[in-house]
Design a protein around this ligand. Structure first.
Ligand code: UDP
Length: 241
């Protein structure tokens, strides 16, 4: 039985990083496509307006607590979530396992060249990876067909998709649902971080749930998107009443 909580009708698993990594390894040998979603405040607010995204989140095999807002909301509901399982950290951990077990991985997303650099950095960290293919997040229909064919024919087990929310979640569900024994994860801007183009907040800020502030200071153009956070807090408080 999954230990889950529901935040504004979006399910979130009460799960640690270690448990998530183990569960993903198990899913590689279970039939069907398995999806992992990384739930944060912005995504929960989007799902309130976007039924397709909301349904995808409800049907995910694993919904990890990606953002500090989710941990805060859990506390408001009187539940304890042991730790954040940030998408970027999860991807790094899964690639560590993939390097160990020679698991075939496909990388899709980000600007041209970014995923290639991310792979190089990950290989420097974990040793060589079995890379089935790499493609930027900008492609036409013909290229898309080739991407899907490569994923199918390369025996891919793990598909990392960094196209941003909700594009990546919808792409995975609409294009990969015929696959079996495959895990696909939407990772937002994680390839930019793995490639070293975008820096994560320092540990003390992450621990104090201030990663959002760091991102805002470094990418002030995100202010519009970040307004989702106070709206989310307001909605959670209201739902609690
Ligand atoms: N992106 C993409 N294709 C698109 C739109 C976006 O590959 O059509 C990429 C973009 O280059 C970036 C990522 O998707 O690497 C989205 O990053 P963002 O920081 O918005 O994601 P977050 O982590 O905030 O969800």
């Amino acid at each position: 039985m999954r230990n889950q909580l529901s935040i504004l009708d979006v399910p979130v698993d009460v799960i640690t990083m270690k448990e998530t990594v183990q569960r993903v390894q198990d899913l590689y040998s279970e039939p069907g496509l398995h999806t992992v979603v990384t739930v944060n405040a912005e995504m929960v607010m989007r799902a309130q307006q976007d039924k397709e995204l909301h349904d995808i989140l409800k049907q995910a095999d694993i919904a990890v607590p990606d953002g500090a807002g989710v941990l805060w909301a859990a506390e408001q509901l009187g539940k304890h979530v042991p730790e954040r399982v940030a998408g970027c950290d999860l991807a790094v951990a899964l690639l560590g396992e993939a390097a160990k077990h020679n698991t075939p991985v496909y990388f899709l997303g980000a600007a041209p060249g970014v995923a290639e650099q991310a792979v190089k950095n990950m290989e420097a960290r974990h040793g060589s990876l079995k890379v089935v293919g790499i493609h930027s997040g900008f492609f036409d229909e013909q290229e898309e067909q080739r991407i899907i064919k490569t994923i199918e024919e390369g025996g891919t087990k793990l598909v990392l998709v960094a196209l941003g929310v909700p594009k990546q979640e919808k792409w995975i569900t609409s294009k990969l649902s015929h696959l079996s024994g495959v895990v696909a994860i939407g990772l937002g801007g994680s390839f930019d971080v793995m490639a070293g183009n975008v820096k994560r907040a320092p540990q003390w800020m992450q621990k104090n749930r201030l990663e959002w502030l760091y991102r805002l200071a470094n990418q002030p153009q995100r202010i519009g998107r970040m307004m989702a956070l106070p709206k989310f807090m307001w909605a959670v408080k209201k739902a609690k009443k």
